[in-house]
Design a protein around this ligand. Structure first.
Ligand code: FKS
Ligand code: ZN
Length: 344
């Protein structure tokens, strides 16, 4: 299996995120991708290739032009207003009854308008890092379109919390959605996106919510207890043409491997019934019991098993990296999923 990777992810290196009432060092840091690529290079999984440049078009198939224009210019606008000593974080958001339909002129207002949390700093290199990450996903998608069984897009920053016109949860461009849309644009009638990250795929769900040609399934911490809190409930099943083509599997804090794999089995049954032309896996390994910000109890031995189960679906499969913060284990666990898939 080929891995697509670029060093430009290092250009996203936020100083702080607001968490538990403190300004803490960002959990989503360059070391994460470094540890994964080190494991891949030391293994016999396959070659590591650089991404191609795809320009703005495939990004604009998923994201609005106003949002892309904002992301591209946000750092410069922030520097003009506040200088360059601190990274850009939003401070307030419109809530019930306030106007959420007007893009303000001031950069602080724009940050609020296009975001949903205070954990996702915009830095000097954010635009370059996030477009590089999307190109990693698109290059891996091309490998599959060219006939390969599977490919690994080692994306960083992650993407599954980003919607058509907002960022948050460390995500700016929805790499998995951009790749799924590329399959559709190249003529695939149906694509499934299965998100096994610990957190709900709110961005991916929202992007495809009214459409039946992309089936979205997400296993995640119950939003009653877990970020992003305001999406990811079991009764969100799609709308209009998309009704029945979104499935959420919210699971409580403390979920162990037995319960998690039972939910995975239901998702796999749904995917088989849908019979997609391609499968995109949003791969997070923050389901691991040692993850510092998550509350599931998967063991390292469970990751090869995940890869094996996905391989049994028998579909062209694109793995897109999302979360995972237990840095001592993230490389090993990620490689385990991919090796399990290849060896199945
Ligand atoms: C917990 C605060 C949670 C934000 C968590 C973001 C998770 C990001 C992710 C991604 F894959 F996108 F990276 N703060 N008390 O893992 O879903
Ligand atoms: Zn996550």
């Amino acid at each position: 299996m080929k891995t697509i990777y670029t060093d430009t992810h290092r250009l996203q290196h936020g100083n702080v995120e607001l968490m538990d009432g403190q300004l803490l060092p960002c959990f989503e840091k360059p070391e994460r991708a470094d540890l994964i690529i080190t494991q891949i290079r030391a293994s016999r999984l396959g070659p590591v290739l650089e991404p191609d440049d795809f320009g703005i078009m495939p990004l604009a198939r998923v994201h609005t032009s106003a949002y892309l224009a904002f992301l591209q210019s946000a750092w410069d606008a922030w520097v003009e207003e506040h200088g360059s000593t601190h990274h850009a974080l939003p401070l307030n958001w419109p809530i019930r009854g306030m106007r959420s339909d007007i893009e303000p002129e001031a950069i602080d207002g724009k940050l609020s308008y296009f975001s949903f949390d205070a954990g996702t700093p915009i830095t000097p290199g954010t635009w370059q890092a996030v477009t590089g990450s999307a190109y990693v996903a698109l290059t891996a998608q091309q490998c599959i379109a060219a006939g390969e069984r599977a490919a690994f897009a080692l994306c960083r920053p992650p993407g599954h919390h980003a919607a058509a016109d907002y960022y948050g949860g460390y995500c700016f461009l929805n790499n998995a959605a951009i790749a799924a849309q590329a399959f559709i644009d190249q003529g695939a009638p149906r694509v499934a996106v299965l998100d096994v990250d610990y957190h709900h795929a709110n961005g991916t769900q929202t992007i495809f919510y009214a459409r039946d040609e992309v089936l979205v399934l997400s296993l995640h911490g119950d939003p009653r207890q877990e970020f992003p809190y305001f999406l990811g409930y079991a009764d969100e099943t799609g709308v209009g043409q998309g009704e029945g083509f979104n499935t959420n599997y919210p699971l409580p804090w403390g979920t162990d491997a037995a319960t998690w794999f039972a939910a995975l089995e239901s998702a796999c049954q749904r995917i088989m019934a849908y019979a997609p032309d391609a499968l995109v896996i949003s791969l997070g390994v923050d389901t691991y019991k040692g993850d510092p910000i998550s509350q599931f109890l998967l063991d390292s031995a469970d990751y090869p098993r995940l890869g094996q189960r996905l391989a049994r679906l028998g579909l062209p499969t694109l793995f897109v990296m999302e979360g995972g913060y237990a840095v001592e284990a993230i490389g090993v666990n990620t490689l385990s999923v991919l090796s399990g898939f290849v060896q199945a």
